[in-house]
Design a protein around this ligand. Structure first.
Ligand SMILES: Cc1cc2nc3c(=O)[nH]c(=O)nc-3n(C[C@H](O)[C@H](O)[C@H](O)COP(=O)(O)OP(=O)(O)OC[C@H]3O[C@@H](n4cnc5c(N)ncnc54)[C@H](O)[C@@H]3O)c2cc1C
Length: 404
C-alpha cells in the first residue's frame, strides 16, 4: 500500500508538467473553435495519440500507479486546458474502466488496447448504461441481453442515451439486463467489438457545454456478440444470478463498479475547470481598474477569490483522498468517492459563476473563456451520478439508513 502524501514525487511532477504543457499549447488555443463547431476534435486526439497521452499504455500506467494520483492529476490538467476536448480524450477511459471493473484479466488484455487503437489508427470506446427512462435509476434498464446457447452468442436489444462517444466509438461496453426481475443485480456488461453489425448511432445531442465531446444515442438491434464478450464470463454471471435469486447480497453490480472507480477522476476534471476560472479571474481582478483602483482591492472581490481558492483546494483534497483509497483497496465507508465528485462538481459551478461576476460584462461574452467554463462546469453535477444521487450514497453510507 502506498503512503498518502500531498508531496508529489518526481514522476508525478513530471507527468503533471507533461500534460499541462499539452493542455496549454495544444488544447487551450483550440478550445473556442471546437466549442463553436460542436464536433469531435480529431486533430487534437491524434496529436494526443502521437505523444502517447491518448493510449492504452498511458492510461494503464495511470491506473496501476500505486498512489492513485496519476489519473486525477492528468484529468485536472486536461480539463484545465478545456473540459470538452479533455473529455474527448478521456471518454474512452470510461469504456476501459467498464472492462477493467467487470472483466477478467484476459478480457482486459484483449479489449483494453482496442479502446484506444494506435496513433496510425485511432479508436474510441464508450460506456453505455443510461437510457431514456433509466438515468439515475440504473436498476430499471430495458436493454436486454439474451443468450443463444446453440451459437454461444448474446443478442442485445435496446436504446441507450446520452452516451459519450456513442455510435462513433469503435468499441462499446453495454450494460444490459439478463434477468429483469432482479433489477440491478440481474445486469451484466458486454463488449461490442469493432465492426459488429446491429449497433448504430441514434440522435446526436446539441449541448450547453463540453461541446467538443460527442454525446448520442446508441441503438442495439439484434446485435449479436460472441459468448466471450460477456465481461467476467458466463460461469461467474450464473453464480451471481443464483445468489441474487436466493436473496443473497452481491458485491458486483456492473454499472456501479465502473462509476465507483471513475468518480474521483471525473471530480478532477471539474477541478481543472474551476482552477482555470480561478486563475483567470485572479489575474483579471489585479488588472481591472474601477474607481481608480484594481478591483481586487475591494473585499467584495478579494473575498470571492478567497472562497474560490479554498473550495478548489478542498475539492482536490477530496479527489486525491478518494483516488488513493480506491487504488489501495480501502472501502468507501462514508461515500468518499461520491463526496469527491459531488464537491468538486458543485465547486466548479460555483467558481465559474463567481468568475463571470468578477469579469462583469467580459465574463458574459464569448470572446472570453469564462462563460464557456461555466457552461462546461454544469455537466459535473449531472453525469456519473447527479449531485442528488451522490448525496444519497453519502447519506446512506454514513447513516446506515436506506434513505430514499
Ligand atoms: C453530456 C452527457 C454525457 C453523458 N455520458 C454518459 C455516458 O457516457 N454513459 C452513460 O451511461 N450515461 C451518460 N450520461 C447520462 C448521465 O449519467 C445521466 O444523465 C444521469 O445519470 C442522470 O440521469 P437522467 O438524465 O435520466 O436524470 P433523472 O435520473 O431522471 O434525474 C432527474 C432529476 O431527479 C433527481 N433524482 C432522481 N432520483 C432521485 C432520488 N432518488 N433522490 C433525489 N433526487 C433524485 C436527479 O438528481 C435529477 O436532478 C451522460 C449525460 C450527459 C448529459
Amino acid at each position: 500500500m502506498a503512503e498518502f502524501s500531498l508531496d508529489l514525487n518526481e514522476d508525478q511532477l513530471q507527468l503533471q508538467k507533461w500534460v499541462h504543457d499539452f493542455a496549454e499549447k495544444t488544447i487551450r488555443p483550440a478550445a473556442h473553435e471546437w466549442d463553436e463547431r460542436e464536433e469531435t476534435p480529431w486533430p487534437i486526439i491524434e496529436e494526443a495519440a502521437r505523444i502517447g497521452l491518448y493510449s492504452f499504455d498511458f492510461i494503464s500506467q495511470a491506473f496501476l500507479d500505486q498512489s492513485g494520483l496519476l489519473l486525477p492529476i492528468a484529468s485536472e490538467e486536461l480539463a484545465w486546458g478545456d473540459a470538452g476536448i479533455g473529455l474527448a480524450i478521456l471518454g474512452s477511459t470510461l469504456g476501459l474502466a467498464g472492462i477493467a471493473g467487470n472483466g477478467t484479466p484476459e478480457q482486459l488484455l484483449e479489449w483494453g488496447p482496442q479502446c484506444f487503437g494506435t496513433p496510425d489508427k485511432i479508436q474510441l470506446a464508450a460506456f453505455c448504461v443510461s437510457e431514456a427512462d433509466a438515468g439515475s435509476d440504473v436498476s430499471s434498464l430495458r436493454t436486454r441481453a439474451v443468450y443463444d446457447e446453440a451459437k454461444d452468442e448474446w443478442v442485445l436489444n435496446g436504446t441507450k442515451t446520452w452516451i459519450t462517444n456513442g455510435g462513433i466509438a469503435d468499441l462499446h461496453v453495454v450494460v444490459a439486463s439478463v434477468d429483469s426481475e432482479l433489477g440491478a443485480r440481474g445486469q451484466a456488461s458486454f463488449v461490442v467489438p469493432p465492426g459488429t453489425p446491429g449497433i448504430a448511432q441514434g440522435q446526436k445531442f446539441k449541448k450547453m457545454g463540453i461541446r467538443a465531446s460527442h454525446t448520442a444515442e446508441v441503438v442495439l438491434d439484434d446485435c449479436r456478440v460472441p459468448g466471450h464478450c460477456l465481461l467476467g464470463g458466463k460461469e461467474k454471471l450464473d453464480e451471481r444470478l443464483a445468489r441474487a435469486r436466493e436473496g443473497k447480497r452481491s458485491s458486483s453490480q456492473a454499472a456501479m463498479k465502473t462509476f465507483e472507480a471513475s468518480r474521483p477522476a471525473v471530480g478532477a476534471q471539474a477541478l481543472g475547470i474551476a482552477r482555470a476560472a480561478f486563475e483567470y479571474s485572479l489575474d483579471y481582478a489585479k488588472e481591472r481598474k474601477a474607481f481608480g483602483r484594481a478591483i481586487i482591492e475591494n473585499q467584495g472581490i478579494a473575498f470571492k477569490l478567497a472562497n474560490m481558492k479554498t473550495r478548489i483546494d478542498a475539492s482536490r483534497l477530496l479527489v486525491w483522498r478518494a483516488s488513493w483509497m480506491g487504488r489501495n483497496g480501502k472501502e468507501f465507508t462514508s461515500g468518499e468517492g461520491s463526496m469527491s465528485k459531488l464537491y468538486a462538481g458543485e465547486t466548479a459551478v460555483y467558481v465559474t459563476e463567481e468568475a463571470i461576476q468578477i469579469l462583469g460584462g467580459y465574463g458574459y461574452v464569448r470572446e472570453y473563456p469564462v462563460e464557456r467554463w461555466h457552461r462546461d462546469s454544469k455537466i459535473f453535477t449531472i453525469f456519473e451520478g447527479t449531485s442528488e444521487i451522490q448525496r444519497l450514497i453519502i447519506a446512506r453510507a454514513v447513516s446506515g439508513v436506506h434513505v430514499k
